[in-house]
Write a protein that binds this ligand. Structure first.
Ligand code: PLP
Length: 293
């Protein structure tokens, strides 16, 4: 597998048209993402050298940019070529590909300039620790509930991740792998960087319905399609922390980890305390649909 032997010269990053050694790549200090969090991002899983769920990720990226009035930095076909070039240059078969687009560099002012600067496009890659991921899938993870202090447009995948960061940090301190964010009415919105799901006593899968309160996860979307095709009973609605604690199974979904079973919430065991059968089945259905072998 010489093709996938890690590039001996190290990781390569892409910034505004140039492929650079990761350690030397940078953006201008007045980039609006650095100054104001004025940018968006996407993350796709790469397996066997292939970006997973690529089209829906690029659809969401275009939507996030449209919502903020930032132009696409290049056409979709060109972007796909650059993504492939990054996979080839980094020689990473199984990893994560990060796309970041900012409004660009401009004299600092909250209001975006009338003549828009060239958007900044950053692409980075890193290998995924497949053994650690497999262990999490096998054993399940713990989550810790945290107040959802994020802004009102969580449906846009922006780089303003400070509230998410604080929640995930608090979860880690509570020995949990992920935070579940809870709104003012006591309902779980989603995870700090994942969507949240439970399975009730009757075997119905429940996940929060789409609104400004959650990110429309690409993995969530493909997973829902896979469940409907397999005639698994699923509803998109709010659920409370109490419902989650009483659930038969729970899991989280994201491009970085597909579906990871949740076996502990706030220190309390969920179901039998081991990954549930339905969560596993859903994960397998998703893998088949997403073309992950
Ligand atoms: N929710 C949030 C807040 C996220 O940051 C993410 C991924 O980063 C997700 C959900 C899962 O989305 P996806 O399945 O597209 O990775």
């Amino acid at each position: 597998m010489a093709k996938w032997q890690r590039n001996p010269t190290g990781r390569i990053a892409y910034v505004n048209g140039r492929y650079l050694p990761h350690a030397e790549a940078g953006v201008h200090i007045e980039d609006r993402a650095l100054q104001l969090g004025d940018g968006i991002y996407e993350v796709t899983n790469v397996i066997g050298g292939k970006p997973i769920d690529e089209e829906p990720h690029l659809d969401r990226m275009e939507r996030s940019l449209r919502e903020l009035g930032i132009a696409m930095p290049m056409g979709r076909a060109a972007l796909k070529l650059v993504m492939r070039e990054m996979i080839a240059r980094n020689r990473i078969a199984n990893g994560l590909l990060y796309l970041q687009v900012t409004r660009g560099a401009a004299r600092r002012d909250h209001v975006p300039p009338k003549n828009p600067p060239r958007p900044t496009l950053i692409i980075t890659m890193r290998a995924q620790d497949m053994a650690a991921l497999a262990q999490r899938m096998e054993k399940g993870i713990a989550v810790s509930t945290q107040p959802d202090i994020r802004w009102g447009r969580c449906d846009i995948k922006t780089v303003q991740l400070l509230p998410n960061l604080l929640a995930k940090q608090a979860a880690k301190q509570a020995s949990a792998f992920e935070a579940w964010l809870v709104d003012d009415d006591g309902y779980v919105t989603e995870g700090g960087s994942t969507n949240a799901w439970i399975v009730d006593a009757k075997g119905t899968v429940i996940t929060r319905d789409l609104s400004n309160a959650i990110l429309p996860g690409v993995t969530r979307k493909i997973m829902l399609e896979a469940m409907k095709e397999a005639q698994i009973s699923v509803v998109e609605r709010k659920f409370t922390v109490a419902e989650a604690l009483a659930a038969k199974e729970a899991f989280i979904t994201s491009a970085t980890g597909a579906a990871l079973p949740v076996v502990v919430i706030d220190g309390q065991t969920i179901g039998d305390g081991v990954p549930g059968a339905l969560s596993r089945r859903i994960r397998d259905l998703y893998a088949e649909k997403a073309g992950i072998n």
